[in-house]
Design a protein around this ligand. Structure first.
Ligand code: BGC
Length: 367
């Protein structure tokens, strides 16, 4: 799926044909909605609420960016499916019925959503897959390099555990099986972990829910014994929180290294006080702003701009050479909190250093 490099000849061809208005950016001849001005309506479908990124960052940043690209005339209709694929299909149908100009969808179930993507496409509404690669005839995809996310998590865990051999036991807490990102995170992590440690227990966590991760971790602890767990690969911060709760409930006082992803505020604070080892900082502004730019360019018929925003290419199980943008990621540890989430104004130092974290902040040089 990770196929970033494209030949110059191929990209030039797409650019020139799309530029002449012969083909749309995905290279097929089905026409997109006619060119619009600033009065665009963008449908935004986000997948769940148990992890904080969607309501805290993705939605507000997309909304703001659409506003600034359209001189305040553009609208974002936002729905969150709360981890329910059937709800998301209904929400998408509603957006089709309301004749939005373009849909950005972060799928609960990337396979299941294909029928809805096709319906939108048949109604002349372009669909851009946001963060998770939806199946079906999508026009473009915006995400991070998700296999790299897993590689960085796996490598960080190995480094943090230090003295290990192939009998060293770890637990893997992977994401939802309906999310293709979860599979990529896992693949990336396994490429670093296989052959170096024993994966004593591995779970695919239903709906990415922290409570489910907590229950799975409790089961892993009874099977393996808390003192035999040298590290935990948790695919994101919400689940890292559940894993920590299970370990603490089992009486563990010195926690093993635990990974995460998303740079949630609670995780940044846990990294500060050493409860969580690391997270992955993915620049939400970069992803969300690019998504807004792609959506607006698509409906305004700015094909050259759209192609410039989607120079990567990915394949889904149902479509080849999908125009894409994959944003880079950074490992977030205690050492670079200031250079990442603070520098990018994701959080202020006073938000991070509130209450009991004040002392940790001064020792980490966060002022
Ligand atoms: C996203 C992660 C997120 C997870 C749970 C994934 O598709 O890439 O950032 O933590 O879903 O919502």
């Amino acid at each position: 799926m990770r196929r970033i490099a494209i030949s110059v000849a191929a990209s030039t061809m797409t650019l020139s044909l799309a530029g002449c208005g012969v083909l749309n950016a995905s290279g097929d001849s089905a026409s997109a909605s006619p060119t619009k001005g600033n009065d665009v309506t963008i449908g935004l479908l986000l997948p769940e609420k148990a992890n904080t990124r969607y309501d805290d960052f993705d939605y507000p940043i997309i909304k703001k960016q659409v506003g600034s690209l359209t001189k305040g005339d553009g609208k974002v209709l936002y729905e969150n499916a709360d981890a329910d694929a059937a709800t998301q299909a209904k929400q998408m149908q509603q957006m089709i019925d309301e004749k939005v100009d373009v849909i950005l969808v972060d799928a609960v179930d990337s396979h299941g959503i294909a029928t809805s993507v096709k319906k939108a496409k048949d109604a002349g509404i372009p669909v851009i897959a946001y963060d998770r690669l939806a199946e079906g005839p999508i026009d473009a995809y915006i995400s991070f390099d998700n296999e790299l996310v897993g590689e960085v998590q796996g490598r960080s865990l190995i480094e943090a555990m230090g003295n290990i051999d192939t009998s060293t036991k770890i637990v893997m807490m992977n994401g939802s099986p309906t999310d293709p990102n979860a599979k990529q995170f896992k693949q990336g992590a396994l490429s670093e972990l296989n052959g170096k440690v024993t994966i004593a227990k591995s779970y695919d966590t239903k709906d990415w829910k922290p409570v489910n991760a907590q229950a799975n971790m409790a089961e892993a602890i009874s099977a393996i014994g808390a003192s035999n767990i040298a590290g935990v690969y948790a695919a994101n911060d919400g689940m890292a929180g559940g894993v920590i709760q299970a370990l603490e409930a089992a009486g563990v006082t010195k926690l093993p290294p635990i990974t995460g992803q998303d740079a949630e505020l609670a995780a940044v604070q846990r990294i500060l006080d050493g409860t969580q080892y690391m997270s992955i900082y993915k620049s939400y502004p970069q992803e969300a702003q690019a998504a807004a730019q792609m959506a607006v360019a698509r409906v305004q018929g700015k094909n050259i701009q759209f192609d410039a925003l989607t120079r990567d290419k990915v394949d889904s199980p149902t479509a080849k050479d999908i125009p894409a943008q994959l944003v880079a990621v950074t490992a977030l540890t205690k050492a670079n909190i200031k250079d990442t989430v603070v520098a990018d104004q994701i959080y202020t130092i006073s938000e991070i250093c509130a209450g009991k974290y004040k002392a940790e902040c001064s020792s980490a040089g966060l002022k």
